[in-house]
Structures are given as C-alpha cells and as structure tokens.
Design a protein around this ligand. Structure first.
Ligand code: SF4
Length: 594
C-alpha cells in the first residue's frame, strides 16, 4: 500500500499562504515567502509508519513548498496514494478537504483525517473522510494501517479515546522525504540562528480555556518529557547530519514542565558537548526559577519564550491561566534572566475570555514597562480566537458572541471573531492595534542593542568607498548610515536608491553621493547599464544591503546587481541590526540565501 502523509495545502484559493500549526492555531498571510512550522506530529506519524509497517510511506509538505491546490495535487498524484493522512486545522479544512476529495476521485485514496478540526467535528468530517482520528493520532493511524479491526482501535471515531502515548518510544521524526533543516530557512522569524525545530516533551499540565493543546490534542492535561539521553541522541544525530546547524528551537508546549527535568536535560547537554548550540525554547513561567534559568544559560540556551497572555486579573481568570498568571514573579524571573544574558520572548493576547478594556490596557502597560526596562526582547500578539473544541469557543458560541462565523477569520491575527457586548470587537481591535505599535519600540530596542559596533568586525580596504543600497525603510537606512559613519570615519559613503527618496538621502550629512536608478524595486534585468558602469568605476570596498526582514529572503535582484558592480566586500544588515557577511558561507548559515 502507498501512504501519503501530507501537511496542508500551502496556498489557499484566496492566495493566502498557510502558517500551519494545528496544535496551536493556524495563521495565514499574503507573504508567500513566509516560514513553515515543522509539522511535528505528522512527522512522527511518518517515521512510525516507516518503522512499523511495510507500506510505502511518503511525506509531502504543501506549506513548505508553497503549493496551491493544483500544484499539490499534481505533486502527490505522481505517487497515486492508497491512503492520505492529514492533520487539519479549522483554518485549513476547506483547502484540505478539497485536496482529499480530488485524490479520492483520481485514485480512490482513502482519507485518514486527524487533528483539531477532526477531533472537534468528527461527524461532519466523516461525511468525506474514511477514518476520523481523535486527539493525539500517531498510534491510531498506525493501527488503521496495520489492518486492525476498526471497532477495536482506540481514538478512531466513534470509539473510545486513547491514552497519551509514551514519548520515549518514538523514533526520530521524518527527516528523509523533507529535510528538517529546510524549515529553518527562513526559520521562525524570531529564531536568531539556523535552528531545527525539536520537541523534548509533549503536552502541558495546564488547560487554558483557549488552548488547543490543553483541551483538544490530548485526552486530558498532561506533560511528558523525553529521556535526556534520547534528546541528546537526537541533537547529536542532527548535528552530524547538518554541520551548518546553529541551534535548536524546542517548540513544544512547555519545555520546562519540571525543574528536575530541566536540571537533568541541561546537564546532559553540557556533558555531551552540545552546549555550543543555541537553544530557543517555549517555556512556562510557573515551573521556572532562577536556578533553572542559570542552568539553561550554562547549556547554551539563549531565548526563553513565555506565554504571558495578559496582565488583567479578570482575563487571567476567564482564560483559566491559574498558576501561569503571576506578574510580579514574571518580572523577577525576567530581570534575573536578562541579567545573566538570556533574552525573553513573550506572547500576549487581546480580547481573551473574561477580558475587559481595562484588562487589555493593563497588558499594554505591562508590555511598555517590560520594553522600557529592556526585559522583553521580542513579543508576539494575538487577537484571542476561540478555536472550535475549546471551552472558550463553546462558551462564546453558547452566549451568541461569535459573529459571522467564517473559518477563514479564525486566524488570530487579522480578525476579532468574538463580539462581546461588554467588550465589543471594535474595542478589542483598537487595543490590539495599540499593541502592534509597540513592535516599533521592540525593534528600536533590539536595533540599538545589536547595531552598536555592528560593523566592528568588518575590515575594508584602502579605497574607503562604501555603497549602501536603499532597500529598506529610511529609518533603517539612516540608522545604518550612522553606524557606517561611526565605524569608518574617513570613508566616502554613496547611496544607491530611488527618485522618491532623493531629498531625504541628500539631506543626510553622512551621505557623500546619491545615485538614482528610478523608482520601484531593484530589478537586475532593468538596471540601467550606464549607471552600472559609473558605479563599477568607483571601485567600492564595501557594499551594504539593508534587509527589511530577519533572514534576507527576497533580495536576489539587489545581490545580483551588487555582484555586477564588482564590490570588493558585501554585507547585509537585517532589520535588527545584525550584520551578515555575504561572502562567508559560515555566517549564521544564511549567507547562501539568494
Ligand atoms: S500553558 Fe500554554 S500550552 Fe499549557 S494550556 Fe496554557 S496555553 Fe496551552
């Protein structure tokens, strides 16, 4: 039998790229260069099926490859699968079910549907799916494909549920049909290194009212950790396979579910010489203490991600945050961690269950305070969105607060789908938009901290001619001009840019010459030949490309133009002020991005 394990269709019929994360919530964007989360549960499912069955199993990822319905259908059709396994979220169900129906039409492919949407609406999806798997699904899928009598398979709708699996019996997840490293290029936007997503634990001991993991993915709240030696084995395997690997993003629900475990895991990492990797981890505040933070720092951890959610008591109660809500302790931990060199990433939600305008204003004040005190390195915002199957959803539905239900709006980033008369959607959006303005403050903090002396390690030759490409907003360009001037005082700085910013460029005291190619983006094919010659004649020592993003995706044309100009040394500066040496392939693993 041929079994296709497929992550979702990557681009929906409206042209949105999926940021598919079924165990949390799936978001979407018009940015087709967006990163992809490693579909970890499907990936474990794939490796279990490869290990424990004789079927021909193939793993496909429509999100990673940015495939729309037609392209994904054509790709998977080459395999003509007998079975299709998918993990669908509410946001992806329309595209995924259309995909499954088309494969069934072509090859009679049986559809095994898993994930939160199937768990929440089993009856509805069973109208087109052949098997509906509830909650944690790997072992249920295995038994289906081992041919076990369906009535005896736990977790297969409408049978009884299955207990959570033993995480220490899992093989390493899929890394053959897709490369785990490819999910790090570009990686999750806040990951600062070339990182692979990995999972030292599963589940969570809490059950926040909005959470898919805490309410849908597992039969009951639970947290299971993998043996530290098993995690070490995975890290060693990955490092051997990918020598360019710089770090690991432990993207489970709560990496630090127990203090004892954290002390053991960090010790094992150190003892096995893996503390030179950089670790970026999803944590909970409540099991954390100073000793654990010290141990993490000592093992190479650099960023601690915390679900802070809110600073409002009523919202904390409404969302059932329980011991996760303790603002004074949160601040103490962030102070200690920052003092020892850790960075903190916080997630905040607006319009959460039980929240009021006052609650969300308190959250805004907390964010401002943490940013002002340089305790919050990065943050992520969401409009609290009741994912079907969660207590939040059930209560909002019962109260009649869900307006114009359209699953496409359940992405937490663009729409407020709850309209509570006491705290209407418009007010939630207003507070959310205020919070979005703080991104600028966060960027400024990071830029100031990173960009200080950021060109120090870059030597330039005697011509002292620098060419800066105007490829980002003027604020960033002006910041970089300041840094260049500070570092190379006796150099001559030219800027190559667009007509629309001539005045601003010419008014900058650090700019000696301005070259204009017209308007619009840099386009290698249309770049004026005479200008290219003038620039080549200047014999630039250093070329600088500002990235308006973290990793430099989408700069192929400007890099090609720079190459044709013949600049001696090329660097890029990302949105946070980090300088990338574009000639050194070892430079954070990203200089090869074109
Ligand atoms: S702490 Fe995080 S993972 Fe746990 S239930 Fe709450 S939101 Fe979910």
């Amino acid at each position: 039998m041929k079994v296709a394990i497929c992550n979702s269709v990557g681009i929906d019929s409206d042209g949105y790229a999926m940021i598919h994360s079924p165990s949390r919530w799936t978001n979407s964007t018009k940015d087709l260069n967006i990163f992809t989360y490693y579909p970890w549960e499907l990936a474990y499912c794939s490796s279990i099926l490869k290990r424990d069955t004789d079927h021909e199993v193939k793993f496909y990822d429509g999100c990673l490859d940015k495939l729309d319905h037609h392209a994904f259908i054509e790709k998977v059709s080459e395999f003509s699968p007998d079975y299709l396994v998918m993990d669908c979220a509410t946001r992806t169900i329309n595209a995924d079910s259309r995909f499954a129906k088309e494969l069934k039409k072509r090859f009679g492919t049986k559809f095994i549907i898993c994930g939160p949407h199937a768990t929440t609406f089993p009856k509805e999806v069973s109208e087109y799916a052949d098997y509906v798997v509830l909650r944690e699904y790997e072992l249920t899928v295995l038994e289906i494909l081992q041919g076990k009598n369906p009535t005896d398979i736990l977790g297969l709708y409408p049978n009884a549920l299955r207990m959570p699996l033993d995480v220490n019996k899992l093989p390493l997840p899929e890394d053959d049909d897709v490369s785990r490293l490819s999910y790090g290029i570009p990686g999750e936007p806040s990951s600062e290194y070339l990182e692979i997503q990995a999972y030292a634990s599963r589940g969570c001991p809490l059950s926040c009212s909005f959470c898919v993991c805490g309410n849908i993915s597992y039969a009951h709240p639970n947290w299971r950790s993998r043996d530290p030696q098993n995690v070490v084995y995975e890290l060693q395997t990955l490092r051997e396979k990918y020598p360019q690997l710089e770090g690991i993003f432990f993207d489970e629900e709560v990496h630090n579910g127990s203090k004892k475990y954290m002390l053991e895991l960090t010790k094992a990492i150190r003892q096995n010489g893996l503390d030179d990797l950089k670790y970026d981890v999803m944590c909970g505040q409540w099991p954390m203490d100073e000793e654990v933070l010290d141990a993490m720092k000592g093992a190479g951890y650099y960023m601690i991600r915390l679900g802070i959610e809110t600073a409002g008591e009523k919202a904390a109660q409404g969302m059932d945050l329980m011991k996760k809500f303790n603002v004074p302790r949160l601040k103490q931990l962030m102070e200690h961690g920052t003092n020892i060199g850790l960075k903190f990433y916080g997630t905040f939600t607006f319009g959460g269950e039980g929240s009021t305008d006052d609650c969300d204003k308190k959250t805004l004040a907390l964010m401002n305070d943490l940013l002002d005190r340089q305790l919050l390195w990065r943050f992520q915002l969401s409009i609290s969105t009741p994912q079907p199957g969660t207590p939040f959803y059930n209560r909002m539905k019962q109260k009649g607060y869900l307006r114009n239900v359209d699953w496409k709006h359940f992405d937490g980033g663009n729409h407020c789908v709850v309209d509570n008369p006491q705290y209407p959607a418009e007010m939630v959006m207003k507070n959310f938009r205020e919070a979005e303005k703080l991104y600028e403050k966060g960027f400024d903090n990071r830029y100031t901290s990173t960009a200080k002396d950021n060109f120090q390690s870059i030597e330039i030759n005697s011509t002292r001619e620098i060419l800066l490409f105007r490829t980002a907003r003027m604020k960033q360009v002006n910041d970089i001009l300041g840094s260049l001037h500070g570092q190379y005082k006796d150099s001559r700085i030219s800027v190559l840019g667009q007509n629309t910013v001539t005045k601003e460029l010419k008014s900058n005291d650090y700019v000696d010459d301005v070259f204009l190619y017209g308007d619009g983006h840099f386009n290698n094919d249309l770049f004026p030949q005479p200008l290219l010659k003038d620039l080549s004649d200047r014999k630039y020592s250093l070329g600088v490309i500002p990235y308006h993003n973290m990793s430099g995706n989408g700069y192929a044309d400007v890099k090609a133009i720079a190459k044709r100009i013949g600049i001696e040394k090329m660097v890029a500066v990302n949105i946070e002020g980090t300088v990338f040496d574009l000639e050194n392939p070892g430079d954070q693993g990203r200089s090869h991005l074109r």
